[in-house]
Design a protein around this ligand. Structure first.
Ligand code: OOB
Length: 542
């Protein structure tokens, strides 16, 4: 397969970021080695579901042994490996083994199904796919069998946990460690998934140097040090719990990571008490649930110092309830897997913490707020957020045509977010210009779902928009025009059709409405704005 060169920072920027001390020439493999040498017996990973506690020393040895076994199976530097694991210790063993080889994890979410996984494997020419056999009632081996039949590059499927079925157990892979010719700090470390706004998901190439800088910056801002205990309640592969400051930030600091199999208070609160968790991150709907549950819980949550909330807009009212209910400091985080991450600071006044989404990690994060013609707007106005900096990518992986639209010629990423900047430099997210639905932090590209609905033989046209939801913030509504003379369909049949095409459940439309025409703009294009207004009116929440 042809892979276009990955866009990277021009030499003058790379030099500037090195000179400023942002990029320090570290790699993930060496980082773990260093921590293991400094404090081998300190606990790194706690996986309560498996009753596993790995020290830094153990994680280090495990990563070396797995790397040797993967190398022996022909997985080498630059190879792509789709990793789809729940919040288990193996997730870290696998990614650190791949980091050491210089192979690139492609971070899939447990919710992804055949449509997404098939695409990731095919598009990246993946050499291997790592799964849990069964998790939350879903059999990933069946999914792997389907994907393997369709993707010729996929030579290996490794299964963590018991009963690998027709595939190789991950447990059987480790071998005697061998010398490794690891990657350079400027090399790619992994491919992260973009929330996306197009029919086809985009992959985000992150380097060791740039990602590690974002971890170091996040740790400083969130006061993560070797005494911290980070609870990973969101899916581990997502950029927020991975790096803001997340599990990798915690490991960078020599802290302890506790893996939460499910984010519900029933599961998380006893773990907070038992492990004396100090910091965690949640999307707004979960933060609401925790805030409601905390005042009456029998568990002791007093160790919790910081709750990070981000991924979607956290309402001011909900933000105000965090400290009284949970007794901890709220930090809002507005980030993106493409790079830029903003945090409210621990010493920001309460008003700033509850009314803004924070300010950038780095003094070298460049922020522009522009109008539709890319002209800078006066201070305080709300407009399109463009950004460039030492940990924001300069282009997606193998997507030159899309890159020409998603980045300005001088390398600013078009975030698709509408923001306003306060006098203190904090950003307030006011809306979105991209054709995406943010369903409680889970991003859905409207076009991707529309394409699946359009594949139904009775469907003439489809448009998917977001509508307000009191709990999720937004949910999805699909407006569908049926073909003339087609048998009438029920909404549930459209949902089932989309699900059976192998789309992750969170992308299946929450509501389906049949219409005979779509509202149009002055120039005859379909007006999503009017459709959204119709959806808002339908739900009666406008
Ligand atoms: C995080 O990353 P992604 O890549 O799943 O999604 C990024 C998009 C942003 O462009 C924005 O549209 C939205 O998610 N978003 C927020 C937000 N945080 C993210 N919108 C409003 N308020 C917020 N606080 O979602 C992500 C990555 C790292 C840290 C935190 C979140």
């Amino acid at each position: 397969m042809t892979v276009h060169p990955t866009p990277t920072w021009p030499a003058e920027y790379a030099e500037r970021y090195r000179a400023a001390g942002h990029w320090r020439g570290e790699t993930f493999g060496a980082m773990l080695r260093g921590r293991a040498a400094a404090h081998p017996d300190r606990v790194a990973i706690v996986d309560p579901a498996a009753d596993t506690r790995w020290t830094y020393g153990e994680l280090d040895v495990r990563a070396d042994r797995l790397a040797a076994g993967l190398l022996a199976r022909g997985i080498g530097r630059g190879d792509r490996v789709v990793v789809q694991l729940p919040n288990t210790a193996e997730f870290f063993e696998v990614i650190f083994a791949l980091f050491r080889i210089g192979a690139l994890p492609v971070f899939a979410l447990p919710a992804h199904r055949e449509s997404e996984i098939g695409y990731f494997c095919e598009f990246t020419g993946a050499a291997a796919y790592v799964i849990a056999g069964e998790h939350d009632g879903y059999d990933y081996r069946e999914l792997a069998a389907k994907v393997r039949a369709e993707v010729p590059t996929l030579r290996h499927v490794f299964v963590a946990g018991p009963d690998a079925g027709p595939f190789e157990p991950l447990d059987a892979v480790p071998a005697e460690p061998v010398p490794l010719d690891g990657p350079e700090p400027g090399d790619l470390a992994f491919l992260q998934l973009s929330g996306g706004s197009t029919g086809i998901p985009k992959l985000i190439p992150r380097t060791h140097d740039d990602y590690i800088y974002s971890l170091r910056g996040s740790n400083e801002i969130c006061a993560v040090d070797e005494h911290s205990v980070y609870l990973c309640a969101l899916p581990a592969a997502h950029n927020f719990p991975l790096s803001s400051p997340g599990t990798l930030g915690a490991l960078y600091a020599g802290a302890r990571v506790v893996l939460c199999p499910r984010p519900s208070p029933e599961t998380a609160f006893p773990l907070i008490e038992r492990e004396r968790v100090t910091i965690t991150g949640l999307v707004p709907p979960l933060a609401l649930i925790w805030t409601e549950a905390a005042p009456t819980t029998p568990y002791d949550l007093s160790s919790l110092d910081v709750l990070l909330v981000g991924g979607a807009k956290f309402s001011e009212q909900a933000a105000r309830r965090v400290r009284p209910a949970l007794g901890c400091t709220l930090q809002q985080v507005f980030g993106m897997a493409e790079g830029l991450v903003n945090y409210t600071r621990l010493d920001d006044p309460e008003e700033t913490v509850v009314t803004t989404q924070g300010r950038p990690i780095s003094p070298d994060d460049e922020i522009r707020i522009v109008d539709d013609a890319d002209e800078d707007l006066p201070p305080g106005s709300s407009g399109h957020l463009l950004t460039r900096g030492p940990y924001t990518i300069r282009g997606y992986w193998n997507a030159p045509q899309h890159n020409a639209r998603a980045f300005t010629p001088d390398g600013f990423y078009r975030t698709g977010d509408i923001v306003r900047r306060t006098e203190t430099g904090h950003l307030v997210v006011e809306g979105r210009a991209k054709d995406q639905i943010n369903r409680g932090g889970e991003k859905i590209a409207a076009e991707e779902v529309e394409n699946h609905i359009l594949a139904h033989p009775a469907v003439h046209d489809a448009n998917v928009v977001g509508e307000p939801d009191p709990y999720l913030g937004e949910r999805t509504c699909a407006y569908v025009i049926l073909r003339a003379g087609a048998e009438p369909l029920k909404p549930v049949a459209v949902k089932r059709f989309v699900r059976e095409r192998g789309l992750a459940a969170y992308k299946v439309p929450d509501r389906v409405e049949f219409v005979t025409a779509f509202p149009q703009t002055g120039v005859g294009k379909i007006s999503k704005k009017d459709l959204r207004a119709a959806a808002h009116a339908d739900t009666g929440t406008l």
